[in-house]
Write a protein that binds this ligand. Structure first.
Ligand SMILES: N[C@@H](CCC(=O)N[C@@H](CS)C(=O)NCC(=O)O)C(=O)O
Length: 119
């Protein structure tokens, strides 16, 4: 299957299961603070779908605690924001383009040496 259909749709990145499991473990350290009507959040969500990432989503409108946490610990109540749990610190990454370039840099690569295992 080509990565693009009719040049219009980009299909989600496919990985072999082992690779996907490793990526899932890494994305378990991430949480996206968002709200559904935010266009910047939709842009990030589209990127996440294309990269085929499983990232917890925290709707700041659905539960006040997410909004409070974002304001208090992130520094401002602005969405989207990606919370990144590093080994030694928490990073709050604001701005859709910054978030997308972080995710692409980190997760866009597919290990071609194992690509033949893909069916
Ligand atoms: N440059 C930011 C803009 C994000 C933005 O303006 N988000 C709106 C929601 S759609 C927001 O949270 N506004 C509240 C604020 O900025 O205080 C991005 O690309 O993510």
């Amino acid at each position: 299957m080509p990565d693009r259909l009719f040049g219009l749709f980009t299909l989600p990145l496919r990985r072999i299961p082992e690779q996907q499991r490793r990526i899932d473990a890494e994305t378990g350290r991430l949480a996206l603070y968002h709200f559904p009507l935010c266009p910047y959040c939709l842009k990030v969500s589209r990127g996440i779908r294309r990269l085929n990432l499983r990232i917890e989503r925290r709707n700041v409108f659905r539960w006040d605690n997410w909004a409070d946490e974002l304001r208090r610990e992130g520094g401002k109540l602005q969405t989207p924001c990606l919370k990144i749990r590093h080994d030694d610190r928490i990073e709050w990454l604001y701005a859709s383009d910054e978030i997308l370039s972080f995710l692409r840099q980190r997760f866009a690569e597919v290990d071609d040496t194992q690509a033949t295992s893909l069916t």
